[in-house]
Ligand binder design. Structure first.
Ligand SMILES: [Zn+2]
Length: 595
């Protein structure tokens, strides 16, 4: 069913955008606003702004913006009604349930519930069931303490085909949806437990909701690790295991440690490295990085030091550069994984390895150097060619220069040579983002004529709207007529939206509500940006500026109308061969142009 508009308004008015955004993005107070690192694009200095007063967010870096609903939709991949319901639920506002069984939001909620019930089932089994004796012994042997087992809600999925099925049925949980969440499998018409005789690691999202599970085989079953299949809640390449438990420590410590496996993660937490997260047997992805970077300035990789581990680090280098995330590589002795290392050498030793972590670029250059003979000119050339594309992708020019000097020292060649190789790399295939960016820019760049024709009028139009947003009570009929004459289409639409509100009810513009009505992204972005931004220039005499600008728009329009009419008449006179009319018309045209 459709949620009534007054409900939506009520929910939006009662929700606190600062509080909701804070659950995902650490925010700091800055003047009247709150700022943080944008979760929607790569950045190091915060340009993501949330205003308490207007209940909107806007990123000056990438232009993402909107109200509390828009934020949840983007952040959690929700539809509009889902976002509204999610917030309503937190506020305890009752919305009649969506009776359509296919309703997505309903299904998600029920799948979360199924996962939660399953987590409790597995966990209780591990703690108390006699059948879980082997699992308990196994975890003890691996060195896990009871507290960590409780903290991470580790469990045991019993052997047998339908223990969980029966439990879920008893609790009134839909088996269809449990199957969709990846807990069960279905053959013909029957449901079976997907995970059997396995140690179970529930995987939580940042809000502590169970999105999936990883199951470690106790016997020799294959696969050794069985993860939940891809589901509406679980996407393997996006999930950061341990994020919920690590997020506070990560923002306190200023860096996050990233490991590959479940036991590595658990053991690091057990030894006090609470800022540790894990990828789930997959390589690090851009989605992982984007989830992490709101919480931390730096990422330390802590992988096995075998060849595969090193290759994984180098493979992720470009991604770190493109996302502009600082990364360091923790090197541990070969043949040990972090879990072994902790149990053999302890936390103090681990801390030392972590403190010695090298920036990922240095790690890369070192491994390149050990691979090539940089004494020969062939070796030098290969070194330059292989490193240049990476150096070219460093976003900060000062940092780039540090590496240009380093390479010049390693190869004993002039920094100018290094620089020109890097410049060349920037323009070729590898620096694709650069090339594409350039092409985009060319495609979107208006011609000089367009700029000259539009610049002044757009500026006047923008000023009118800015004043209207800041001082809505100044609205009058001439503003209305001026907006009708706007040349710039999206400004005209923005103006109509604002005026629509002013004509309807109040002398107040609820921007958070207005953006839901704006269908054009450009309109939305413009409105958000200028509601957040403070334009000092209009503060002095808003009333007078508004009058002047409106007059300007109206005069220009009249002028344009008149001249185009004259031109038309002129052409007709020329066609008729009416030389007298032609002369007078062209004189008045020219005098108008000069005026
Ligand atoms: Zn942004």
């Amino acid at each position: 069913m459709i949620i009534p508009q007054d409900k939506i308004d009520d929910i939006r008015e009662r929700a606190d955008i600062v509080q909701i955004v804070s659950e995902y993005v650490p925010l700091k107070k800055s003047g009247r606003n709150h700022i943080g690192i944008c979760p929607f694009h790569a950045e190091k200095t915060p340009s993501f702004t949330v205003t308490d007063e207007k209940q909107i967010f806007y990123c000056f870096g990438c232009g993402a913006g909107g109200n509390v609903f828009t934020f949840l939709m983007k952040q959690e991949n929700l539809s509009f009604p889902e976002a509204v319901r999610t917030i309503a639920k937190r506020l305890g506002i009752d919305i009649p349930p969506d009776n359509k069984p296919s309703s997505e939001s309903n299904q998600r909620e029920l799948m979360f519930l199924a996962n939660h019930v399953a987590m409790d089932f597995y966990h209780q089994n591990l703690l108390t069931s006699p059948a879980a004796e082997n699992a308990r012994t196994y975890l003890k042997k691996r060195g896990l303490k009871p507290e960590i087992i409780k903290n991470f809600k580790i469990g045991y999925a019993p052997a047998g085909r339908d223990n969980l099925v029966k439990f879920l049925l008893n609790k009134g949980i839909s088996l269809e949806l449990s199957e969709k969440a990846g807990l069960l499998s279905k053959r013909d018409k029957d449901f079976y437990d997907r995970f059997r005789n396995r140690v179970m690691f529930p995987i939580m999202d940042v809000r502590n909701r169970v999105v999936g599970f990883g199951g470690r085989a106790l016997g020799n079953e294959e696969p050794k690790y069985l993860n939940s299949p891809t589901s509406p809640l679980f996407k393997k390449g996006e999930v950061v295991y341990g994020m919920y438990q690590a997020k506070n420590a990560a923002s306190k410590e200023g860096f996050v440690l990233i490991v590959e496996g479940y036991f590595d993660l658990i053991m690091l937490h057990q030894y006090g490295f609470s800022n540790t997260v894990a990828t789930l047997g997959t390589a690090l992805t851009v989605d992982h990085l984007r989830k992490l970077k709101g919480y931390t300035k730096e990422i330390y990789t802590l992988f096995d030091s075998d060849a595969a581990g090193k290759a994984a680090v180098i493979k992720s280098l470009l991604m770190f550069l493109e996302e502009d995330v600082h990364a360091r590589v923790v090197l541990i002795p070969p043949g040990l994984d972090p879990d072994d290392l902790l149990q053999k050498e302890g936390a103090v030793q681990m801390t030392q390895y972590i403190q010695k972590a090298k920036p990922i670029m240095d790690f890369f250059l070192n491994s390149l150097k050990s691979k090539l003979n940089t004494e020969t000119s062939n070796g030098k050339v290969s070194f330059l060619e292989e490193s240049a594309p990476y150096i070219a992708n460093i976003k900060n020019p000062a940092e780039r220069n540090i590496y240009i000097e380093k390479i010049s020292n390693v190869l004993h060649i002039g920094p100018d040579v290094v620089l020109s190789t890097i410049k060349a790399a920037k323009n070729t295939s590898f620096g694709k983002s650069m090339g594409e960016e350039l092409k985009d820019r060319q495609r979107n760049t208006p011609t000089a004529n367009e700029i000259i024709a539009k610049k002044d009028s757009a500026k006047t139009e923008e000023t009118i709207l800015k004043i209207l947003l800041a001082y809505p009570y100044l609205y009058n009929d001439s503003v209305n007529s001026a907006v009708d004459m706007f040349n710039t289409d999206f400004l005209k639409e923005a103006g109509r939206l604002v005026i629509g509100v002013l004509q309807q009810k109040s002398s107040k513009i609820e921007i958070a509500s207005l953006v839901d009505a704006a269908h054009d992204d450009k309109v939305k972005t413009w409105l958000l940006k200028h509601s957040v931004e403070d334009d000092g220039a209009i503060k002095e005499e808003p009333k007078k500026i508004l009058e002047d600008c409106c007059r300007k728009v109206l005069t220009e329009t009249r002028f344009k109308k008149e001249t185009s009419l004259l031109l038309k008449k002129l052409a007709e006179a020329e066609k008729r061969g009416d030389i007298n009319s032609f002369k007078t018309l062209s004189e008045s045209y020219l005098s108008k142009k000069r005026a």
